[in-house]
Design a protein around this ligand. Sequence first.
Ligand code: NAD
Length: 481
Amino acid sequence: MSSFLNEDVIENRNLINGEWVDSKDKIEIINPINEEVITSVPAATVEDVEKAALAARNASFNWGRLTPKDRADFLIELSNRVLGDIDNLSKLETINSGHPISVVGGEIKSAADRLKFFAGAGRTLEGRSAGEYAPGYTSIIRREPIGVAGLITPWNYPLLTAVTKMSPALAAGNTIVLKPSEQTPLTTLRLAKLANEIFPAGVINVLTGFGDVAGKQLAKSRNIDIISLTGGTNTGKQVAQIASETLKKVHLELGGKAPSIILDDANPEIVAESLKWASFWNAGQDCSAATRIIVTKANYDNILQSLKSSISKLKVGDPSIKSTEMGPLTHSKHFKNVENFVNNSEKSGAKIELGGKKIGSKGFLFQPTIITNVDQKSEIVQNEVFGPVITIQKAEDNFHAIELANDVKYGLGSSVFTNDVGIAMEASRRLKFGTVWINDHGAVTAEMPWGGFKESGYGKERSIYSIEEYTNIKHVMIKLP
Ligand code: NAD
């Protein structure tokens, strides 16, 4: 067990109805830079999930009847505690997920900001109208909490994703059962400890466990009314299928394969500096990472050279060292996937322009990698790699670039670099993605919606739209005397 991890930092147990509950089976948590075991956490069973869902159900009446202002006070208090705990949370995120310590503080601050945003946004919810639509009747629209929300998160931004899901659910008056990824549960357990000192028992329940058991049961349980997953596209399909048995509401934030279109007039140095971060932030383990760089032909050679030069300067290494800009991949199975993608693409004729190999003998560091000479239908272009790997493709003209960009099953993030406003606006209409950035890639804010098209999922996260995801609309019709 890592030296600073003791019971003051996290309880290695599940939080059910305000109590810490152990489980017989355990999951070992691994540090991705050296493969050492950090600690172990419970592997929640089907019964644990049902107990947590029942606790959330029992707490939901009182929580749902608080005023939005009263619920906001709890969220604001949690936000302040998260900010006050930034050192513990940063260390935990770095040793568990491999995020560089130099950037992880920013993620914790964003998490605290999202709690505050949703505290305020929850107070603005209203039914659209009251009016007379039939003679002798008045109609009122009520927006009500759905009940109990099952929230399942992935390993790439563990704390930030947990907060992004729980804040709108709670602000709208739902209680929650939250399951973090089996690979990276430590910051979520710390968050559970902070929250348990503030919230009434049963409002926030946290279970660590495997997707195949605990995740599936959340999708199945009759005491869960809405299931929200951030994860892979195949997982999303399974969750939607299981949830269909109870017809519970489903919200899916799934994989991405973001294109970044670089037109002839874009400045290569500006583009390269922007994509260095947009593609390699968090070692490319980002659903909106710019992974497919599509360049119109007059700019292709310049962009390739600028990208090679800027990306080769990335400081890759131990994430606990302050100067490190890119840390390891988060777990061993994922590391092997990324390695296979790169090896397979080389075997099928692609050219590795930069990187392509493991760094060191221990841990999951992978070189920032640029691949060219790829076919549009190839695996490396069509499927999500989720690592520090980009492809660069040449397009004949602007229309061809958009055609290539849209020609994947995903539809989450995308971008266009050009100085021509008219072309940028036309591109933003034609791109089939939930977000289009112009002359940038990757900036996000709590106020604006996030979500995919096509096989990247449905529903919105962040913004007021995300609170609406966690509400039911009710029509009350009053017959007047
Ligand atoms: P994953 O799908 O393997 O796991 C995500 C979560 O789902 C984990 O908590 C896991 O335990 C659980 N799970 C796995 N199988 C399940 C099942 N059958 N039923 C219920 N739950 C199950 O994904 P991952 O590898 O942890 O995360 C990476 C994926 O997440 C990538 O595809 C990435 O693009 C996606 N992602 C999307 C967004 C977004 O905003 N759209 C953000 C971050 C990550």
